[in-house]
Design a protein around this ligand. Structure first.
Ligand code: SF4
Length: 206
């Protein structure tokens, strides 16, 4: 059975994660997908596309969490309709659950419209992978498949902030010799109105 909903510890904690797709418009050098196919024993490769009903059915097999994070082995906004459908279900049936989307920030460029505005009221927080303090480093570490990606990511962060949704830019530190220049990233995030989160690179992923 495909893993659509998962916990990153054996004992379920307050957070559940949603795996919508294995597609991504980045190919980050540090991406966990490049060296393993499971998270805590959950196989993350999906055999097929799924419906919101499939996700709901898996979700119901878990204890009700405090937070749901769209994350998984791919870019969740590439399945935007599915994301919206499941988030709407959560809003209606479990209004107390916080909803976060971990994203590469390419969605507005892909859809050619402002999806942050569309997710107002459905998403409580965006975590956007800034990944680097300049375009050259971003291209090297994220290997994006869309043009002008570094600027697009910054514009997306701004769109989320303008939509009045809590927004955190993230960088990964400790991957081989890559230096994300955290102070610079912090300034960039602040200028865009977002916080910065530094995630330590862990070989096992999460
Ligand atoms: S954006 Fe996330 S899923 Fe996509 S390649 Fe980078 S780390 Fe992997």
């Amino acid at each position: 059975m495909d893993t659509l909903v998962y916990s990153i510890t054996e004992e379920q904690t307050d957070t559940l994660y949603i795996n919508l797709t294995n597609n991504c418009t980045n190919n980050c050098k540090f991406c966990i997908r490049t060296h393993k196919s499971d998270v805590c024993g959950h196989e993350m490769h999906l055999e097929k596309r799924h419906s919101a009903e499939d996700i709901i059915n898996q979700f119901k097999t878990f204890k009700t969490p405090k937070t749901v994070v769209f994350c998984g082995y791919g870019e969740p906004t590439l399945e935007l309709d599915l994301l919206k459908e499941f988030a709407s279900y959560l809003r209606k049936e479990y209004p107390e659950i916080k909803i976060r989307v971990n994203t590469n920030g390419h969605a507005n460029s892909i859809y050619k419209r402002n999806i942050a505005e569309e997710l107002k009221g459905l998403v409580d927080e965006f975590s956007v992978s800034l990944n680097a303090s300049n375009e050259k480093d971003y291209e090297m570490i994220s290997q994006p498949k869309i043009p002008n990606a570094y600027n697009e990511v910054q514009d997306f962060i701004k769109s989320c902030v303008n939509a009045d949704i809590k927004t955190t830019a993230s960088v990964v530190s400790g991957y081989e010799n890559f230096n994300p220049h955290v102070d610079e990233c912090c300034k960039i995030a602040k200028n865009l109105g977002a916080d910065l989160k530094v995630r330590e690179y862990i070989v096992s992923g999460y």
